[in-house]
Design a protein around this ligand. Structure first.
Ligand code: 5GP
Length: 215
């Protein structure tokens, strides 16, 4: 039998965390180490930050354009996070999945719940936690220097981090990000194992029949 006939359904790899837990670094490393992974690029109504590119990090749209996307059924899920709207465009995800490609999502718990409702079998969800409260505060304060945030904004991020973290138990896997290299390796292990799940493989029974017949 032709081994290329052994195909697999693409999986949806969701990473969520409070800001400051290291999710972006882990996602970037996964993308670098797995050229066959596709990142879902969200649409958002928040303003573009320095260094962010439209169409690479996000599709930056205004509220009427976002509302139109909702009305036209163009979003797989959407949510209001930190006073702005964020949503996952449906088309690119469906195209990648049907081509057997895996897609990585950096979305919050609200979006994850919506994907659970429509695609539970294709979904693998990971929640990333910081190693301690003190470390989370340290990371948020360090980031605040780069983004010129005020003390009030830092406090608000800490509060939002707490409410985001309360949803960790809705996820399949939890990674406590103490050491970034080891967390990247853990995320890769989960991806590798999930890719081998029998239920995602198609064409296996024909392959095994061929093996048995050859004995
Ligand atoms: P930021 O504005 O810092 O880039 O993202 C803020 C939060 O919005 C992050 O927790 C991120 O995971 C979440 N987010 C980004 N894109 C989406 C999306 O398409 N859907 C949902 N539900 N959340 C998103």
């Amino acid at each position: 039998m032709d081994l290329s006939k052994l195909k697999r359904r693409g999986l949806m790899f969701v990473l969520s965390s409070p800001s400051g837990a290291g999710k972006t670094t882990i996602t970037r490393a996964l993308m670098e180490n797995n050229p066959d992974l596709t990142a879902s690029i969200s649409a958002t109504t928040r303003t573009q930050r320095g260094g962010e590119l439209n169409g690479k990090h996000y599709y930056f749209v205004d509220i009427p354009a976002f509302t139109k996307m909702i009305d036209n059924g163009e979003l797989l899920e959407y949510a209001k996070v930190f006073d702005n709207y964020y949503g996952t465009p449906r088309g690119p995800v469906e195209e990648a999945l049907s081509a057997g490609q895996d897609v990585v999502f950096d979305i919050d718990w609200q979006g994850t719940q919506q994907l659970e409702e429509i695609a539970r079998d294709d979904l693998v969800t990971i929640f990333i936690l910081p190693p301690s409260h003190a470390e989370l505060e340290k990371r948020l304060r360090k980031r605040a220097i780069d983004t010129h945030e005020t003390e009030m904004q830092i406090r608000s991020r800490m509060e939002k981090a707490s409410s985001e973290m309360s949803h960790y138990s809705e996820y399949d896997y939890v990674i406590i990000n103490k050491d970034i290299e080891s967390s990247i390796a853990k995320a890769q292990t989960i991806l590798d194992a999930e890719r081998m799940k029998r239920k995602r493989l198609t064409g296996t029974s024909e392959f095994v029949r061929g093996l048995m017949g050859g004995l």
